[in-house]
Design a binder for this molecule. Structure first.
Ligand code: SF4
Ligand code: SF4
Ligand code: SF4
Length: 241
């Protein structure tokens, strides 16, 4: 039931992507910064950072438009990925892009205003046929990379949003805030490996659970592992670290 609900939510989010595209756009944030404006997408990235402080990467498992696409692509290529190498690529992309945004604000003379509908004056992102080109390019990029690399390949390698979530997660952990986690009862584990096979982020769940909770910034709290465990070792909960 939990997984059916989750999959329905990410499917709706994917179907709404023509409406929401600009609010996730790295270009819209950049263009806003060139004009000294805090755009809707930059506001959303800030909200992702805040959500990461309490909910970790739950956005990635439960709400992101690309979550649905990445999960459907798993049926084509579900092989393991080199998460360490792809993480470096992702953080280089993020540093260049976000550094550029800061530089643009400086060149524009600072923040001059807040414009949630910057470049999205009609509220709907894809409001004319030509904009479908950008829409399909983004879909192609994410599916192509996941087909080529394996499990959530695009999420691991190019996502410009996940560093905000991970940054929030790390700050919340450092501040010892109560954060959503997958908690575990290590004594009940029979090391069958079912949770490892189910994890779409390629986390070694059966090893990580030995500390009493999954403490991995890549955990998207999808709950697939909790459903896979027949020994009730894993469950959702909050943990103050
Ligand atoms: S890693 Fe990025 S693209 Fe993938 S689900 Fe999370 S926010 Fe969305
Ligand atoms: S599925 Fe359950 S019993 Fe099997 S390794 Fe994972 S936590 Fe342990
Ligand atoms: S550890 Fe469990 S909740 Fe976290 S990403 Fe893997 S399957 Fe999902």
């Amino acid at each position: 039931m939990l997984q059916r609900t989750r999959k329905a939510i990410i499917l709706v989010s994917l179907l709404l992507f023509p409406v929401t595209l600009n609010y996730f756009s790295p270009y819209v944030s950049f263009d806003g910064a060139m004009n000294g404006l805090v755009s809707g997408s930059l506001i959303l990235f800030g909200m992702l950072f805040l959500s990461g402080m309490f909910l970790g990467r739950a956005w990635c498992g439960w709400a992101c438009p690309m979550a649905g696409l990445s999960e459907y692509a798993l049926s084509v290529n579900g092989k393991s990925v080199n998460t360490g190498r792809l993480r470096k690529i992702r953080f280089v992309i993020f540093t260049v892009w976000f550094g550029g945004i800061i530089a643009m604000f400086v060149l524009a003379g600072g923040i001059k205003g807040i414009a949630p509908l910057h470049m999205t004056e009609n509220v709907i992102s894809v409001d004319e046929p030509v904009k479908y080109i950008v829409y399909f390019m983004v879909l192609l990029l994410f599916t192509g990379l996941t087909f080529a690399l394996g499990k959530r390949g695009a999420c691991h390698s190019i996502c410009w949003m996940s560093p905000f979530l991970e940054g929030g997660y790390r700050l919340g952990r450092w501040l010892r805030l109560p954060q959503l986690r997958i908690l575990s009862e290590p004594k009940s584990c029979i090391s069958c490996g079912a949770c490892d096979r189910k994890c779409q982020m390629d986390i070694d769940v059966s090893i990580g659970l030995k500390t009493g909770s999954i403490e991995d910034p890549d955990c998207i709290l999808c709950g697939e592992c909790t459903g896979a465990c027949k020994k009730d070792v894993l469950r959702f909960g909050t943990r103050k670290i």
